[in-house]
Design a protein around this ligand. Structure first.
Ligand code: HEC
Ligand code: HEC
Length: 204
Protein backbone atom coordinates (compact mmCIF):
# COMPACT_ATOMS: atom_id res chain seq x y z
CA UNK A 1 0.00 0.00 0.00
CA UNK A 2 1.30 3.44 -0.90
CA UNK A 3 2.19 5.68 2.04
CA UNK A 4 -0.29 8.59 2.17
CA UNK A 5 1.44 11.86 1.27
CA UNK A 6 0.23 13.53 4.45
CA UNK A 7 2.02 10.93 6.57
CA UNK A 8 5.28 11.57 4.73
CA UNK A 9 4.91 15.33 5.13
CA UNK A 10 4.11 14.93 8.82
CA UNK A 11 7.15 12.68 9.27
CA UNK A 12 9.41 15.25 7.57
CA UNK A 13 7.93 17.94 9.78
CA UNK A 14 8.64 15.90 12.88
CA UNK A 15 12.23 15.38 11.83
CA UNK A 16 12.66 19.11 11.32
CA UNK A 17 11.16 19.85 14.74
CA UNK A 18 13.35 17.18 16.35
CA UNK A 19 16.47 18.81 14.87
CA UNK A 20 15.31 22.23 15.95
CA UNK A 21 14.57 21.42 19.58
CA UNK A 22 17.46 19.01 20.20
CA UNK A 23 17.53 16.57 23.11
CA UNK A 24 15.95 18.71 25.83
CA UNK A 25 12.42 18.39 27.21
CA UNK A 26 10.27 21.36 26.12
CA UNK A 27 7.63 20.69 28.81
CA UNK A 28 10.21 20.90 31.59
CA UNK A 29 11.79 23.87 29.79
CA UNK A 30 8.51 25.80 29.84
CA UNK A 31 8.31 25.58 33.64
CA UNK A 32 12.00 26.26 34.13
CA UNK A 33 12.08 29.29 31.83
CA UNK A 34 9.28 30.78 33.96
CA UNK A 35 10.86 29.97 37.35
CA UNK A 36 14.33 31.08 36.17
CA UNK A 37 12.74 34.36 35.00
CA UNK A 38 13.80 34.02 31.36
CA UNK A 39 10.22 34.67 30.22
CA UNK A 40 10.14 38.04 32.02
CA UNK A 41 12.52 39.49 29.46
CA UNK A 42 12.33 37.11 26.49
CA UNK A 43 8.52 36.72 26.50
CA UNK A 44 6.36 33.81 27.58
CA UNK A 45 6.53 32.26 24.12
CA UNK A 46 9.99 33.67 23.30
CA UNK A 47 8.72 36.78 21.51
CA UNK A 48 10.29 39.58 23.53
CA UNK A 49 8.40 42.84 23.07
CA UNK A 50 11.40 44.92 24.16
CA UNK A 51 13.20 45.84 20.96
CA UNK A 52 16.63 45.49 22.59
CA UNK A 53 16.04 41.97 23.89
CA UNK A 54 16.30 39.05 21.46
CA UNK A 55 13.37 36.82 20.59
CA UNK A 56 14.01 33.08 21.01
CA UNK A 57 10.78 31.74 19.46
CA UNK A 58 11.70 29.00 16.98
CA UNK A 59 15.43 29.69 17.40
CA UNK A 60 17.56 26.56 16.95
CA UNK A 61 18.16 24.88 20.31
CA UNK A 62 21.80 24.21 19.61
CA UNK A 63 22.36 27.91 18.84
CA UNK A 64 20.66 28.90 22.14
CA UNK A 65 22.68 26.27 24.02
CA UNK A 66 25.92 27.52 22.51
CA UNK A 67 25.13 31.11 23.50
CA UNK A 68 24.29 30.15 27.10
CA UNK A 69 27.54 28.18 27.40
CA UNK A 70 29.40 31.14 25.91
CA UNK A 71 27.86 33.44 28.56
CA UNK A 72 28.95 30.92 31.23
CA UNK A 73 32.53 30.66 29.93
CA UNK A 74 32.85 34.39 29.29
CA UNK A 75 33.33 33.88 25.53
CA UNK A 76 30.27 36.13 25.15
CA UNK A 77 29.95 39.00 27.61
CA UNK A 78 26.79 40.67 28.88
CA UNK A 79 26.19 42.00 32.38
CA UNK A 80 22.67 40.57 32.79
CA UNK A 81 23.03 37.35 30.82
CA UNK A 82 26.26 36.35 32.54
CA UNK A 83 24.35 36.34 35.84
CA UNK A 84 21.25 34.68 34.37
CA UNK A 85 23.25 31.84 32.80
CA UNK A 86 25.65 31.30 35.70
CA UNK A 87 23.80 28.65 37.71
CA UNK A 88 22.05 26.75 34.92
CA UNK A 89 23.04 23.08 34.58
CA UNK A 90 23.57 21.51 31.15
CA UNK A 91 20.18 19.76 31.54
CA UNK A 92 18.44 23.06 32.44
CA UNK A 93 19.99 24.71 29.40
CA UNK A 94 18.91 21.92 27.05
CA UNK A 95 15.32 21.95 28.39
CA UNK A 96 14.91 25.74 28.24
CA UNK A 97 16.41 25.82 24.72
CA UNK A 98 14.02 23.03 23.65
CA UNK A 99 11.03 24.98 24.94
CA UNK A 100 11.84 28.21 23.09
CA UNK A 101 12.86 26.30 19.95
CA UNK A 102 9.52 24.48 19.93
CA UNK A 103 7.54 27.74 19.66
CA UNK A 104 6.32 29.02 16.25
CA UNK A 105 9.26 30.78 14.56
CA UNK A 106 9.59 34.52 15.21
CA UNK A 107 8.00 36.81 12.63
CA UNK A 108 8.44 40.51 11.95
CA UNK A 109 6.16 43.07 10.37
CA UNK A 110 6.99 43.45 6.68
CA UNK A 111 9.00 46.62 6.19
CA UNK A 112 9.19 49.06 3.32
CA UNK A 113 11.79 48.44 0.66
CA UNK A 114 15.45 48.56 1.69
CA UNK A 115 17.33 48.20 -1.62
CA UNK A 116 20.81 48.41 -0.03
CA UNK A 117 19.92 45.75 2.50
CA UNK A 118 18.15 43.46 0.03
CA UNK A 119 21.19 43.47 -2.25
CA UNK A 120 23.63 42.71 0.57
CA UNK A 121 21.32 40.07 1.98
CA UNK A 122 20.87 38.10 -1.25
CA UNK A 123 24.00 38.95 -3.25
CA UNK A 124 26.58 40.27 -0.81
CA UNK A 125 29.25 42.47 -2.41
CA UNK A 126 31.93 40.69 -4.43
CA UNK A 127 34.11 43.81 -4.61
CA UNK A 128 34.44 43.87 -0.82
CA UNK A 129 34.31 40.08 -0.41
CA UNK A 130 31.05 40.24 1.56
CA UNK A 131 29.22 36.91 1.35
CA UNK A 132 25.42 37.09 1.05
CA UNK A 133 23.74 36.83 4.45
CA UNK A 134 21.24 34.41 2.88
CA UNK A 135 24.00 31.90 2.10
CA UNK A 136 24.26 31.12 5.82
CA UNK A 137 21.06 32.45 7.37
CA UNK A 138 18.69 31.24 4.63
CA UNK A 139 16.58 33.13 2.07
CA UNK A 140 14.03 34.24 4.64
CA UNK A 141 16.56 34.65 7.45
CA UNK A 142 15.00 31.72 9.27
CA UNK A 143 18.39 30.12 9.81
CA UNK A 144 19.85 26.99 8.41
CA UNK A 145 20.59 23.77 10.21
CA UNK A 146 23.30 21.85 8.43
CA UNK A 147 25.70 19.68 10.34
CA UNK A 148 27.24 20.90 13.57
CA UNK A 149 26.84 24.67 13.15
CA UNK A 150 23.33 26.05 13.48
CA UNK A 151 23.14 29.34 11.64
CA UNK A 152 20.74 31.32 13.82
CA UNK A 153 17.30 32.57 12.85
CA UNK A 154 17.67 36.32 12.31
CA UNK A 155 14.56 37.02 10.16
CA UNK A 156 11.88 38.62 12.33
CA UNK A 157 14.34 39.27 15.18
CA UNK A 158 14.00 42.59 17.05
CA UNK A 159 15.53 45.48 15.11
CA UNK A 160 17.47 47.20 17.88
CA UNK A 161 18.94 43.88 18.98
CA UNK A 162 20.02 43.09 15.39
CA UNK A 163 21.66 46.50 15.00
CA UNK A 164 23.44 46.19 18.35
CA UNK A 165 24.83 42.74 17.50
CA UNK A 166 26.09 43.86 14.08
CA UNK A 167 27.82 46.85 15.70
CA UNK A 168 29.28 44.64 18.39
CA UNK A 169 30.61 42.13 15.82
CA UNK A 170 32.04 45.10 13.90
CA UNK A 171 33.84 46.51 16.96
CA UNK A 172 34.92 42.98 18.01
CA UNK A 173 33.09 43.36 21.31
CA UNK A 174 31.35 40.09 20.41
CA UNK A 175 33.79 37.49 19.08
CA UNK A 176 32.16 34.16 19.94
CA UNK A 177 31.23 33.06 16.42
CA UNK A 178 33.01 30.25 14.53
CA UNK A 179 36.14 31.45 12.63
CA UNK A 180 35.26 35.09 13.31
CA UNK A 181 32.91 34.94 10.35
CA UNK A 182 30.54 37.60 11.65
CA UNK A 183 33.42 39.88 12.67
CA UNK A 184 34.91 39.70 9.17
CA UNK A 185 31.49 40.39 7.63
CA UNK A 186 30.40 43.23 9.93
CA UNK A 187 33.77 45.07 9.72
CA UNK A 188 33.10 45.60 6.01
CA UNK A 189 29.67 47.16 6.57
CA UNK A 190 29.09 50.90 6.97
CA UNK A 191 26.81 52.18 9.74
CA UNK A 192 24.14 53.02 7.13
CA UNK A 193 24.31 49.49 5.75
CA UNK A 194 23.96 48.06 9.26
CA UNK A 195 20.93 50.27 9.88
CA UNK A 196 19.32 49.18 6.59
CA UNK A 197 20.07 45.50 7.25
CA UNK A 198 18.64 45.64 10.79
CA UNK A 199 15.44 47.24 9.45
CA UNK A 200 15.08 44.83 6.56
CA UNK A 201 15.88 41.62 8.47
CA UNK A 202 13.57 42.51 11.38
CA UNK A 203 10.69 42.54 8.90
CA UNK A 204 11.33 39.08 7.45
C1 HEC B 1 16.56 41.13 32.73
C2 HEC B 1 16.32 40.66 31.38
C3 HEC B 1 16.78 39.25 30.99
C4 HEC B 1 16.53 38.08 31.65
C5 HEC B 1 15.80 37.87 32.97
C6 HEC B 1 17.08 37.03 30.80
N1 HEC B 1 17.63 37.56 29.68
FE1 HEC B 1 18.53 36.53 28.16
N2 HEC B 1 19.08 38.29 27.25
C7 HEC B 1 18.75 39.54 27.73
C8 HEC B 1 19.40 40.54 26.89
C9 HEC B 1 19.31 42.05 27.05
C10 HEC B 1 20.12 39.83 25.90
C11 HEC B 1 21.01 40.41 24.77
C12 HEC B 1 22.45 40.33 25.21
C13 HEC B 1 23.39 41.05 24.27
O1 HEC B 1 23.07 42.18 23.90
O2 HEC B 1 24.42 40.49 23.94
C14 HEC B 1 19.88 38.42 26.15
C15 HEC B 1 20.41 37.39 25.37
C16 HEC B 1 20.12 36.05 25.56
C17 HEC B 1 20.55 34.98 24.69
C18 HEC B 1 21.32 35.13 23.38
C19 HEC B 1 20.30 35.15 22.24
C20 HEC B 1 20.84 35.27 20.84
O3 HEC B 1 20.01 35.38 19.92
O4 HEC B 1 22.05 35.27 20.64
C21 HEC B 1 20.08 33.81 25.23
C22 HEC B 1 20.25 32.41 24.66
C23 HEC B 1 19.36 34.16 26.43
N3 HEC B 1 19.39 35.51 26.61
C24 HEC B 1 18.72 33.22 27.26
C25 HEC B 1 18.15 33.54 28.50
C26 HEC B 1 17.72 32.55 29.47
C27 HEC B 1 17.76 31.04 29.23
C28 HEC B 1 17.27 33.22 30.57
C29 HEC B 1 16.75 32.64 31.87
C30 HEC B 1 17.68 31.76 32.57
C31 HEC B 1 17.41 34.65 30.27
N4 HEC B 1 17.95 34.80 29.02
C32 HEC B 1 17.04 35.68 31.12
C33 HEC B 1 17.95 39.83 28.81
C34 HEC B 1 17.49 38.92 29.76
C1 HEC C 1 29.53 32.25 6.43
C2 HEC C 1 28.29 32.22 7.18
C3 HEC C 1 27.65 33.55 7.57
C4 HEC C 1 27.40 34.66 6.76
C5 HEC C 1 27.77 34.88 5.30
C6 HEC C 1 26.67 35.60 7.61
N1 HEC C 1 26.50 35.08 8.87
FE1 HEC C 1 25.57 35.99 10.45
N2 HEC C 1 26.08 34.44 11.67
C7 HEC C 1 26.73 33.28 11.28
C8 HEC C 1 26.92 32.42 12.43
C9 HEC C 1 27.59 31.03 12.44
C10 HEC C 1 26.37 33.10 13.54
C11 HEC C 1 26.33 32.61 15.01
C12 HEC C 1 27.62 32.95 15.72
C13 HEC C 1 27.68 32.41 17.14
O1 HEC C 1 27.77 31.20 17.29
O2 HEC C 1 27.63 33.21 18.09
C14 HEC C 1 25.84 34.37 13.02
C15 HEC C 1 25.22 35.33 13.81
C16 HEC C 1 24.61 36.48 13.32
C17 HEC C 1 23.86 37.42 14.12
C18 HEC C 1 23.57 37.34 15.61
C19 HEC C 1 22.26 36.62 15.85
C20 HEC C 1 21.83 36.62 17.29
O3 HEC C 1 20.73 36.10 17.59
O4 HEC C 1 22.57 37.13 18.15
C21 HEC C 1 23.43 38.41 13.26
C22 HEC C 1 22.59 39.62 13.61
C23 HEC C 1 23.91 38.07 11.93
N3 HEC C 1 24.63 36.89 12.00
C24 HEC C 1 23.67 38.84 10.80
C25 HEC C 1 24.25 38.59 9.55
C26 HEC C 1 24.13 39.49 8.42
C27 HEC C 1 23.33 40.77 8.41
C28 HEC C 1 24.87 38.93 7.39
C29 HEC C 1 25.13 39.50 6.01
C30 HEC C 1 25.66 40.85 5.94
C31 HEC C 1 25.44 37.69 7.90
N4 HEC C 1 25.02 37.52 9.22
C32 HEC C 1 26.23 36.84 7.18
C33 HEC C 1 27.14 32.98 9.99
C34 HEC C 1 27.07 33.83 8.89
Amino acid sequence: MAVPIQTVAAADGMEDIGQRIGKGDPVVGKTLSASERCQECHGEDGNSTDNRIPKHAGQYANYLIKQLRDFQSGARQHEVMTVMAEDLTDANIADIAAYFASQPTMQGLPMRDFPIATKLFFEGDKGRAIAPCSSCHGDTGKGNRTGEVAYPVIGGQNKNYLRAQLVSWKLSERTNGPDGVMNKTAKLLSDDEIEALANYISGL
